[in-house]
Design a protein around this ligand. Structure first.
Ligand SMILES: Nc1ncnc2c1ncn2[C@@H]1O[C@H](COP(=O)(O)OP(=O)(O)OP(=O)(O)O)[C@@H](O)[C@H]1O
Ligand SMILES: Nc1nc2c(c(=O)[nH]1)N[C@H]1C(S)=C(S)[C@@H](COP(=O)(O)O)O[C@H]1N2
Length: 179
């Protein structure tokens, strides 16, 4: 019988103020709680809290992919138009392939929550065997964001040779087309 591998998921909060301790990071724990409620296969998480900026994001993401071999990275924060918001630039800089559909769908769904959803430049993509997805910084956006794109994540991980994820179908019906 095949043994189920433990999937590695990194959660990266990108926030100047939270990383300086000016407020507690609520976004990272919110993502972790959502994952624990939805994923039914074994996985481990690594949480990072880093300052805004292209180099800060690029270095963190590249190390998680290349040194730690994580299967999935979810970032939160730094996707807006403010001068220090450079999470998409830092992400794109280290991607091998961009997956623009994630950002498109996240903005479309978030418009139901707030008209300022169009200010988020969030994107996603692949580096090696890692899928990286940007989410907005507002912790209140996390549940809606993950609910709207996560059905496509397990199949994407299959396609890039990353770890296998199963989800609770009453929460998220993962979609795997017949191949
Ligand atoms: N990780 C977080 N934990 C708790 N609240 C957050 C976090 N990130 C953002 N927020 C809150 O969400 C709202 C919108 O986020 P904003 O775009 O100002 O944050 P940011 O640019 O990620 O934060 P920062 O200014 O620290 O870099 C703000 O009210 C902020 O207080
Ligand atoms: N679902 C959802 N999406 C959202 C928001 C939100 O509150 N909920 N905030 C918007 C706002 S106000 C901004 S400026 C951008 C970027 O936020 P960030 O820089 O914290 O990533 O995300 C947008 N997307």
């Amino acid at each position: 019988m095949e043994t189920q591998q433990t999937t590695k998921i990194a959660i990266v909060t990108v926030s100047d103020r939270a990383s300086r301790g000016e407020y507690p990071d609520l976004g990272g724990p919110e993502i972790e709680a959502w994952l624990r409620a939805v994923i039914t296969t074994p996985f481990e998480t690594a949480l990072r809290l880093i300052p805004d900026g292209r180099d800060s994001v690029s270095a963190t993401l590249a190390a998680l992919c290349d040194e730690d071999g994580v299967d999935l990275i979810l970032t939160t924060g730094g996707t807006g138009p403010s001068p220090r918001d450079e999470t998409p630039e830092g992400t794109i800089a280290i991607l091998h392939k961009e997956l623009p559909g994630f950002g498109e769908q996240l903005r479309r769904a978030s418009l139901q929550q707030t008209p300022t959803a169009i200010l988020s430049r969030q994107t996603a993509g692949i580096r090696g065997k890692t899928l990286i997805v940007n989410l907005p910084g507002n912790p209140a956006s996390i549940r809606l964001s993950l609910n709207t794109v996560f059905a496509a994540v397990p199949y994407c991980l299959d396609l890039i040779g990353a770890g296998r994820i199963e989800t609770d179908p009453t929460r998220i019906a993962s979609f795997r087309p017949a191949r």
